[in-house]
Write a protein that binds this ligand. Structure first.
Ligand code: ZN
Length: 395
């Protein structure tokens, strides 16, 4: 197959030849003025997806078919690999969900898409604000035996564990978890600065959705945000959906961490993609507002997950942090791949045929971010979403 598109990083128009699931050749060509060609980038990687359009991964009703349904939604978002994310729950529910995801991964079509499971909780702070929408009654102290049983149920596929690092014996637990090859991420925490430093010394490598899952009010200087911003050993997950972090906070975080240490995540949840209204979810009752914002039902301030795909985050972070498309795309491709230790996508011969073709449209509203519109997604060189008319040059 051959595709014509503009590279996301240089804007050069290229002909991509794809064979045997990989990029076989990349040739620069003169821009064709008659058709508007899409941009091309490696497939996006999203480390935090809780579900979408009525499917919640954290549910006793999860089935491999429902997981396949979310994979098809990811096709439409240009996401070629992602981490299904499970949140704080009773052991039996988590155990069942992990087994179901592991079972689904035995299908090669699903397995290649799932870059690992993100277990967000249950070892998190039970304090209001810090726990976000996680149910208080299931927030608990780290328990290595329990974690080992969960990891066994997952066939060893848990790759990220988000935890509150101030809990009993947290440093010891972090060390064991990191030694087992799992990425420890700091999140939903009430830790003080010394506890954050101790967690990083023990092997924590990531901040989960930095700034969110935090108390509404914290000490202005001595809190858990500054030490995570300052520590270059931590990469920061950011939800740049326009709801979770104000634009100036996104810009400040990106400048402090540097773009190389930032990873965009969507944090999509089950009620995302549903019409406005009230829905029960595994976490709590959620209201979908008319602008797509998801809040804990009955109030307007506390968010209950996100509704916008990671491509929206790419467009927003360009605008908020004043960075180029190439830098923003790397926050959703290279940096998550590096953290997980998986093959990053690329646009060189030999790179996987996991690609997203998209348009970046300027907003008609002055001062608003552009929009990221997926035209087509390819996985292993095969189209899984969209139309290739105008860009495909022969089969
Ligand atoms: Zn969270």
């Amino acid at each position: 197959m051959e595709l014509l598109a503009r590279r996301f990083d240089t804007d050069q128009t290229v002909r991509l030849e794809i064979a045997d699931g990989r990029i076989a050749r990349v040739t620069a060509v003169e821009r064709r003025r008659s058709v508007e060609l899409p941009r091309v980038a490696p497939g996006l990687i999203d480390l935090q997806v809780n579900g979408y359009r009525g499917t919640e991964f954290n549910s006793p009703e999860l089935t491999p078919e429902k997981i396949a349904g979310v994979v098809r939604v990811m096709d439409s978002f240009g996401v070629t690999r992602f981490c299904p994310t499970l949140t704080t729950e009773h052991f039996d529910v988590l155990h069942g969900c992990l087994r179901t995801i592991a079972e689904a991964c035995r299908s090669p079509e699903i397995g290649r898409r799932i870059a690992g499971i993100h277990l967000e909780g249950p070892y998190i702070s039970s304090e209001d604000g810090a726990r976000g929408a996680h149910p208080r009654e299931h927030c608990r102290e780290p328990d290595w035996d329990e974690f080992e049983r969960l990891q066994a149920a997952a066939d060893g596929r848990i790759r990220i564990l988000t935890m509150g690092v101030e809990l009993d014996a947290a440093t010891d637990f972090i060390r064991r978890t990191a030694d087992s090859g799992v990425i420890v991420a700091i999140g939903h925490t009430a830790a003080n600065p010394a506890q954050i430093r101790a967690a990083v010394d023990a092997g924590a490598r990531m901040s989960t959705h930095l700034g969110n899952g935090s108390h509404p009010t914290i000490h202005r200087l001595s809190n858990y945000i500054w030490p995570q911003l300052a520590d270059d050993r931590l990469v920061a997950g950011l939800i740049a959906d326009g709801h979770h972090l104000p634009p100036e906070v996104v810009k400040t975080f990106v400048r402090a961490k540097t773009p190389e240490r930032c990873i965009l995540v969507s944090d999509l949840v089950g009620p995302a993609g549903m019409p406005p209204g009230r829905y029960g979810s595994s976490l709590c009752d959620v209201e979908v507002l008319s602008d797509g914002k998801l809040v804990i039902a009955g109030q307007r301030e506390l968010l209950a997950g996100a509704s916008r795909p990671i491509g929206t985050g790419i467009a927003n972070v360009m605008h908020y942090a004043e960075i180029g498309l190439d830098v923003a795309v790397r926050m959703a491709v290279d940096h998550p791949a590096e953290l997980l230790g998986i093959e990053p996508g690329g646009l060189q011969p030999g790179d996987p045929g996991d690609l997203v073709l998209f348009d970046l449209r300027e907003s008609s509203q002055p001062g608003e971010p552009p929009t990221f519109e997926v035209r087509a997604t390819l996985v292993g060189g095969e189209p899984v979403f969209g139309r290739l008319e105008g860009v495909a040059a022969g089969g």
